[in-house]
Design a protein around this ligand. Structure first.
Ligand SMILES: [Zn+2]
Ligand SMILES: [Zn+2]
Length: 288
């Protein structure tokens, strides 16, 4: 059966525009038979998505996408078939949540020390009540007349290397992979090109290292991968004995150019890929 699926989707539990149940309904509308909900650093949306999956007859794979520390690029690790009920992963992810909350006051303290009397209240006001982050601090700086525009705020104060920059806390790759495996999940490297490695050789070495740390697969099919990238990742997966996965990285209206289940290369993500993930899990993860 060549049933179409999508193994990479975000909801309002992270930075997608649709609630988890809506994401599942849209998958059904789009003719997908299975999806993985893979919100950034949280599994909060999974219970709602699972219930919607039962309702709409779509298989929902409980997942997550964890950001890991990777200098020079950005590393995301997908986790599939997470046991989201045992609380283990939740506990680990709470560290990231707290770090996110602590970061804004730290940036503001640095601005204050630079002689800019910006307050957290001013920033929260600008954010309109949602998640607060650097774009809102930039806006508050601009509205208070300290910078000439948003870009200026990043250049002068907020970007990496600028005087009010505070590093984002990230787990090392080893920990991100372990957290997923300890929660019964299958760890897969997301969109390999964002690692920012210059050559296929460098990527192969990094993949080998990650495999040594317990990585099970790589995301070969992706809404932004060219045919050439797809072919390279497929070749490396085969050479290194890594599983192949794929997904669009659906974010709803927050990334309108991405269509659920559609790859730029016209490559297809089919149900068989989910089955190989399941088989890997049966073999490699100890069930308790
Ligand atoms: Zn990602
Ligand atoms: Zn993603």
């Amino acid at each position: 059966m060549k049933e179409l699926i999508d193994l990479h989707a975000h909801s309002t539990a992270s930075d997608g525009s649709y609630a988890p149940a809506e994401v599942v309904r849209l998958a059904k509308e789009g003719g997908l038979t299975a999806i993985a909900l893979t919100d950034h650093d949280t599994i909060d949306g999974i219970p709602e998505a699972m219930a919607a999956g039962d309702k709409w007859g779509v298989e929902v794979i409980p997942g997550v996408e964890i950001s890991a520390h990777f200098p020079g690029g950005s590393m995301h690790v997908l986790g599939y078939f997470i046991d989201y009920t045992n609380g283990l992963l939740d506990e680990r992810l709470a560290v990231l949540k707290q770090a996110r909350l602590d970061r804004n006051p730290q940036i503001i303290a640095k601005l204050n020390a630079l002689g800019i009397p910006l307050t957290m209240e001013q920033v929260v006001k600008v954010s309109g009540g949602g998640q607060v982050g650097r774009p809102h601090i930039a806006r508050a700086l601009w509205e208070a007349g300290y910078v000439s525009n948003i870009q200026d705020a990043f250049d002068k104060f907020l970007r990496s290397g600028a005087p009010a920059h505070v590093n984002k806390f990230r787990f090392p790759p080893r920990e991100a992979i372990n957290m997923i495996r300890e929660a019964g999940g299958v760890p897969v490297l997301s969109h390999p090109f964002t690692l920012g490695l210059g050559s296929a050789y460098a990527l192969k070495n990094t993949l080998l290292e990650l495999k040594g740390l317990g990585l099970a697969g790589i995301e070969v099919f992706y809404s932004e991968h060219s045919r050439e990238q797809e072919a390279l990742y497929l070749k490396l997966a085969r050479e290194l004995g890594l599983l192949v996965t794929g997904g669009s990285d659906f974010h709803g209206l927050n990334k309108p150019e991405v269509v659920f289940g559609k790859m730029r290369s016209q490559g297809k993500v089919i149900y068989q890929l989910a089955e190989t993930l399941k088989a890997w899990r049966e073999k490699n993860i100890n069930h308790r």
